[in-house]
Design a protein around this ligand. Structure first.
Ligand code: WAQ
Ligand code: MG
Length: 289
């Protein structure tokens, strides 16, 4: 099997002062790299595939990188890597969508769903600052559930969940259950695959995600016990903010968590149910202690 990964980015706009004293963005090819603005991450995708699928997937990833609402990339990096370790087989989380029609309702729902497994108010506040920040990072922040301490070593990168895929049979099954709720899109499928890997790590208490795509306003909270809970209206349309937080138990072996997230190949081989839209109370009731 092969891990295929794509990331697309562009050099951010430079600020320069015009004769009128106005600051306008410009991009100069020969600019001093010291003063270059940070690279803006546009999109990423990945999966684990048999060798024969490589050309088709690479083509699909290139197309995806080039038509993205966050803009046109000036760099598209594709990595194709043979996986030597047999991927661990995991389940896809059960899926639900919570009834939510405003960002303020979303904020109450987030607090309830994160408090349920005992995540502290301090950890929740720290996480909200990260996922509502316009300056997005490529990976997820790691936050300890009790102390609220952020423990990922590189704050400008975070930790990436990587080397995850889904078998063909499981992908068909996932599409079928999502289709019943009219939510069978690559964005949803890929988020479920990522969240299922993250939740399969024993030290992870929960995950919070808000897309950084300005037009994508549904986020989620996921954990092994709760499943994958989609939250509509988690942010305002047009907002460039977004991010991910993995809440860890305070006793977590952090290097081992990072190693698992970034390097251990996992493959989803079976799929669970997809509930119809539920109220927050129904979702909390379904939660097994
Ligand atoms: N590992 C860790 N963090 C990541 C990864 C990754 N592989 N990819 C993205 N992130 C972080 C990064 O900070 C991004 O800014 C942030 O997550 C959001 O990423 O069911 O599209 O790719 O309808 O914009 C949720 C779907 C979609 C909800 C999430 O995230 C639904 C999405 P995006
Ligand atoms: Mg995005």
């Amino acid at each position: 099997m092969w891990s295929i990964r794509m990331r697309a980015s562009k050099q951010g706009a430079r600020q320069r002062t015009t004769r009128l004293g106005r600051r306008t963005p410009s991009r100069e090819a020969n600019a001093d790299p010291q003063t270059l603005p940070p690279v803006v991450h546009i999109s990423g995708a990945e999966g684990i595939y048999p060798k024969g699928k490589i050309p088709a997937i690479v083509q699909e990833y290139i197309t995806r990188a080039r038509i993205h609402p966050k803009g046109k990339p000036d760099s598209i990096v594709i990595t194709i890597e043979k996986i030597r370790q047999k991927p661990e087989a995991i389940f896809a989380l059960p899926i639900a969508t919570v009834e939510c029609s405003s960002t303020s309702q979303a904020s109450t729902i987030i607090k309830r769903l994160l408090s349920k497994p005992g995540i502290s108010p301090k950890a929740i506040t720290t996480a909200m600052h990260i996922v509502q920040n316009k300056q997005t990072i490529r990976g997820a922040a790691l936050i300890l559930s009790q102390s609220g301490r952020r423990v990922d070593p590189d704050r400008f990168r975070g930790v990436r969940a990587s080397r995850m895929g889904i078998s063909r049979t499981a992908e068909h099954a996932l599409s079928a259950v999502l289709n019943q709720q009219a939510i069978d899109t690559p964005t949803v499928r890929e988020a479920i695959i990522l969240a299922s890997k993250v939740a399969s790590c024993d030290d992870v208490v929960s995950e919070l995600c808000i897309s950084d795509d300005p037009d994508y306003t549904t986020g989620y909270i996921a954990s092994k016990k709760l499943g994958y809970v989609r939250i509509p209206c988690i942010k305002k349309k047009g907002s460039k903010a977004g991010g991910r937080v993995f809440f860890l138990s305070d006793e977590a072996d952090i290097p081992a968590v990072i190693q698992y997230m970034e390097k251990t190949p996992v493959m989803i081989t079976s799929v669970s149910t997809c509930h119809c839209i539920s109220t927050i109370d129904e979702i909390i009731d379904r939660y097994h202690q």
